[in-house]
Ligand binder design. Structure first.
Ligand code: PLP
Length: 420
């Protein structure tokens, strides 16, 4: 036993209980996490006891490039020693080059960027810009969606337990079932400013729409002069096997939202990327929407290096190939444990395993933690465990995680048998 490490971990967890969030401490302990992280590299996180964990949660989609990717760390370190924050009145090269690079890789006519620091801020900004650009108020979102937890993005999100305590929500939002083009067509009208969608729902439980859903959404929006906003905060930057998940469906939105992996897993960074038509409404008052830290050079240096790494290392293709390998191995669990596993699904390295009950998923997560693998359930559907490892994960690490998964599922099944 390492007494120093035990004492250190106890002290830190206690500080969380005393000064951060006692309920979260209880939840994390229930999921089998009681140790303190101290360093990380690639797909591996080390705790204060020197134990290693394979990170198959990937920070909820932040670590597409792995932990501490050298190219991104070097770029941030260089910028840190030059000028981390902007004067805000002089022009900055890193901000400009990142915006140009995003315009290059984004589909369709997406050309202009607004930088912020998180996914929820990107959603807030997009809702405001959509209302401004169309002069309309109505926003259509989907049941089970997750767009963030500030008031506007929470109003767009689609799970009541997170919303009801904060009612009233921002007015003007309708929700339709995800993947159902007919409901969308019945709800969008000539007063609709925008439809906001995740191309693949993440926190909703890794839900893939029918192949014709996004093209239908595009058509429905066009026929009513409404904008299509693609929230790629979780699906973007190679995660699903394409640089953006909309690329699977051949659809170009009017605005695309990015965050999480955009900062390369090193800096917080979010963005709204929009078409010239949408952006033209900001010309008369360029300060109508703004952010003190958005587009700071330190974060943009990280974003620029991240996009370069994405292209140079063809990470989208890697995600596609490794995702097929992982999905294939996991699908046998559904056949082998039909009482526990309802479905295994996903695209690229965004994979969801749906269990028959929330508690079963919770026990499997704890079993994975015991075996040195980090995973978590999806926020809007706790029956689903999501696996989103870095796109740089190796086939050996995939094998190791699958073997831990097998052990955790078998152990949970024995427990369930004992108590039922
Ligand atoms: N949009 C999507 C699709 C997300 O998955 C998330 C976070 O999980 C957000 C928005 C909110 O991002 P943030 O937590 O950075 O505010």
């Amino acid at each position: 036993m390492n007494i120093d490490a035990d004492q250190y971990a106890e002290e830190i967890v206690d500080l969380y209980s005393q000064h951060l969030n006692p309920g979260l401490v209880a939840l994390l302990k229930f999921m089998g996490f009681e140790s303190v992280e101290v360093e990380a590299e690639g797909c591996v996180v080390r705790d204060a006891h020197g134990r290693e964990y394979l990170d198959f949660l990937g920070g909820f989609g932040v670590f597409n490039f792995g932990h501490r990717p050298k190219k991104i760390i070097d770029a941030v370190s260089d910028q840190l020693h030059r000028m981390p924050m902007s004067s805000r009145v002089l022009f900055n090269e890193k901000t400009a080059r990142l915006a140009a690079k995003l315009a290059e890789v984004c589909p369709g006519r997406l050309q202009y960027c607004f930088f912020c620091n998180s996914g929820t801020e990107a959603t807030e900004g997009a809702i405001k810009i959509a209302r401004l650009a169309t002069g309309r108020q109505h926003i259509v979102a989907t049941v089970g969606a997750f767009h963030g937890k500030t008031m506007g993005s929470l109003s767009a999100s689609g799970r009541e337990p997170y919303k009801a305590p904060f009612n009233p929500m921002v007015p003007g939002f309708s929700h339709v079932p995800f993947g159902d083009a007919k409901s969308l067509a019945e709800t969008v009208n000539d007063s609709t400013a925008a439809v906001i969608l995740e191309p693949i729902q993440g926190e909703g439980g890794v839900v893939l729409p029918p192949d014709d859903y996004l093209p239908a959404a595009r058509e429905i929006c066009d026929s009513h002069g409404a904008l299509l906003i693609a929230d790629e905060v979780q699906t973007g930057l190679g995660r699903t096997g394409e640089i953006f998940a909309v690329n699977h469906y051949g659809v170009a939105p009017d605005m695309m939202l990015l965050a999480k992996a955009l900062g390369g897993g090193v800096m917080p960074l979010g963005a709204i990327v929009g078409t010239p038509d949408v952006w033209s409404v900001l010309e008369s008052n360029p300060l109508l929407h703004s952010s003190t830290f958005g587009g700071n050079p330190l974060a943009c240096a990280a974003g620029l290096a991240a996009l370069e790494m994405l292209i140079e290392e063809d990470l989208a293709r890697q995600a596609k190939e490794k995702g097929e390998l992982l999905l294939d191995k996991l699908q046998s669990f559904q056949t082998d444990h039909p009482r526990m596993v309802v479905d295994v699904r996903g695209k690229g390295l965004m994979i969801g395993i749906e269990f028959t009950q929330e508690d079963i998923g919770g026990l499997v997560i704890a079993g994975l933690a015991q075996r040195g693998v980090i995973a978590a359930y999806t926020l809007n559907n706790p029956c689903v465990i999501r696996l989103e490892p870095p796109l740089t994960v190796t086939p050996q690490q995939i094998e190791q995680a699958v073997s831990a998964f097998r052990g955790a599922v078998q152990q949970t099944e024995l427990l369930v048998d004992e108590f039922v």
